[in-house]
Design a protein around this ligand. Structure first.
Ligand SMILES: [Zn+2]
Length: 92
């Protein structure tokens, strides 16, 4: 299974439509089994939508990339600090 950090790295390309079909399949498979990354994806997409609506324009790629970078840093920080209940190894 795709690791969380790799899945999160693919979300920006998926959002921009530049992710390969193989990458989309891998991401889709990961998201179907990972609640943390699914929550992150929803939060990211929601943030992009709200920001675009607030500006009433399509966000420049640089702006969406900066939002993505800030959110991924937060995701990784929170993921690394959260305890695992299943005894597995952390993948973020
Ligand atoms: Zn994940």
């Amino acid at each position: 299974m795709l690791r969380c950090d790799a899945a999160v790295d693919m979300l920006l390309d998926a959002h921009d439509g530049t992710l390969s079909s193989q990458g989309r399949q891998a991401l889709k498979g990961h998201l179907s089994q990972c609640p943390s990354c699914t929550a992150f994806q929803r939060s990211y997409e929601h943030s992009i939508t709200l920001t675009a609506q607030a500006l009433a324009v399509k966000l420049p790629t640089q702006v969406s990339a900066r939002i993505y970078t800030g959110m991924t840093q937060r995701f990784r920080r929170e993921c690394a600090q959260s305890p695992r209940t299943d005894g597995g190894s952390r993948s973020c």
